[in-house]
Design a binder for this molecule. Structure first.
Ligand SMILES: [Zn+2]
Ligand SMILES: [Zn+2]
Length: 463
């Protein structure tokens, strides 16, 4: 990464020390949780505890092998989902395991032998056991299939009565294919790879609260994903891809294929010539990469022992004890209604809340729950109406105040009294080395870090 690192000395700033880290809460995981996690890893990560036990019953290192296997699989799962790859089951890993997802494995690679021979693929939607009236369902499925045929050499043909390549069904519990649905939540749907008979078929769990918008589980998003399998695609480790295995609801996000989805389906079926001619108008969104030399951030905050970087729908988390920076979707940690493309975020450790800013609105969150009455207008914090958004927020834990950056100005907000103190000052006067306006700021390990474009500036207060 070509970030420029400057170590600057402060002028007339208050001495600061790294925030005391709160003790880690007890994980409180039960045996049932452990069992759930093992089953999850068996199902989605090919963890073989049962067969290991039988095969290696006579071997003395059996327990050790099992534990290592479990740990390695746990790490694989944690890596896939942007969690700390500790190999241990912690509360956060368990929470991600319990999130709604697709029923297929995350580690199986299909190769290119699973594809339909013809570029015209038929599908069939039944008339009964549908969660919505048939015309609505047909519209949703047609749109989900169109995502794929827009970019690849594929045509979809609907059949009314005869068996088709892709047979859709809403079913619950044990429905005869060996893959039992688990009532509401957990596994939402599964699909079979292209082949004869059940191959290509897509099953949705009828016990889910399906929706056509963002209130429940959005049928369009899940259908687009499952049709990807029905066409031969495996799960993608690209968290921005439709083929990522977990389901996250995101407000105001229109699902679309990512760059990697488009590349993968075109590898199987070739490129739709109309897609090439439209390239100048629409190109599939690429998931940002941390090694991109032009990467900039929307917001950055210290959070417990981590530094969290926000960009569009994504975030990276850097733990002080781990070298690896982990990526996830904002919505995987802070669900609806925290929006994407945030302007600023900060944590107030003493008062135990996080504030998220976007445009003229801000949200207060405590223990992952957005507080009642939010979002509010930033004018409630004491900004005049001419301030339309906040560029960055920097929280000083010891002194219990927060500095907000807006354009060329900065504002000091007294957290204890909940008031903006005095008038704003120019950033240039307070922090002469920092090029205003800035993108983000955070306090981490005794340094203030300012972010602007693809550069960051380390500001050392403790002289
Ligand atoms: Zn899937
Ligand atoms: Zn099934």
């Amino acid at each position: 990464m070509l970030w420029m690192l400057l170590t600057l000395m402060s002028v007339g700033a208050l001495p600061l020390r790294p925030p005391d880290l709160p003790p880690q809460p007890p994980t409180g995981l039960s045996e049932a949780d452990q069992k759930f996690a093992e089953e999850y890893l068996q199902h989605f990560y090919s963890y073989q505890s049962e067969s290991n036990r039988q095969k290696r019953a006579a071997e003395s290192d059996k327990d050790l092998d099992q534990k290592t296997g479990l740990k390695e699989n746990m790490k694989k799962m944690q890596h896939f989902f942007g969690l700390l790859p500790s190999g241990e089951l912690d509360a956060e890993t368990l929470a991600v395991m319990k999130k709604p997802r697709c029923g297929l494995s995350d580690v199986e690679k299909f190769g290119d032998k699973f594809r339909w021979k013809s570029s015209t693929v038929s599908y069939r939607i039944p008339d009964e056991h549908l969660p919505f009236p048939a015309p609505q369902i047909n519209r949703v499925f047609r749109a989900a299939l169109k995502l794929w045929s827009n970019v690849a050499l594929l045509k979809f043909h609907r059949r009314k009565c005869k068996n088709a390549d892709i047979n859709v069904a809403f079913v619950s519990g044990d429905h005869g294919d060996g893959a039992v649905f688990d009532q509401r939540g957990g596994v939402l749907a599964h699909a079979f790879l292209p082949s004869a008979d059940i191959g290509g078929d897509v099953h949705f769990d009828a016990d889910e609260e399906w929706s056509l918008n963002s209130t429940g589980t959005n049928l369009f998003v899940v259908a687009a994903h499952e049709f990807g399998h029905a066409l031969g695609l495996p799960h993608s480790a690209d968290i921005g891809a439709i083929m990522f295995p977990a389901y996250y609801s995101e407000p105001n996000y229109t699902p679309q294929l990512s760059f990697s989805d488009v590349r993968d389906i075109q590898q199987l079926y070739g490129t739709n010539p109309r897609f090439n001619s439209r390239l100048s108008k629409w190109s599939p969104p690429r998931t940002p990469e941390k090694c991109d030399p032009d990467l900039s951030f929307d917001a950055v905050t210290g959070l417990q022992q981590e530094l969290v970087f926000f960009k569009d729908r994504f975030m990276w988390r850097k733990h002080e004890h781990f070298i690896e920076t982990r990526m996830s979707l904002i919505s995987s940690l802070w669900p609806h209604p925290i929006p994407s493309s945030l302007d600023a975020v900060y944590e107030n450790v003493e008062m135990n809340f996080l504030l998220f800013f976007k445009g003229s609105q801000y949200w207060k969150m405590r223990q992952s729950i957005v507080q009642e009455g939010f979002p509010r207008n930033i004018s409630d914090l004491g900004f005049p109406s001419r301030v339309l958004s906040v560029d960055a927020a920097l929280h000083f834990r010891e002194e219990q105040y927060t500095v907000f950056f807006t354009g060329y100005e900065c504002w000091r907000y007294n957290e204890k009294q909940s008031v903006m103190e005095g008038s704003p000052t120019l950033i240039q006067e307070q922090w002469p080395e920092i090029p205003a306006p800035i993108d983000a700021a955070a306090f981490y390990q005794g340094f203030v870090k300012f972010f602007k474009g693809n550069k960051f500036y380390n500001y050392n207060f403790s002289q």
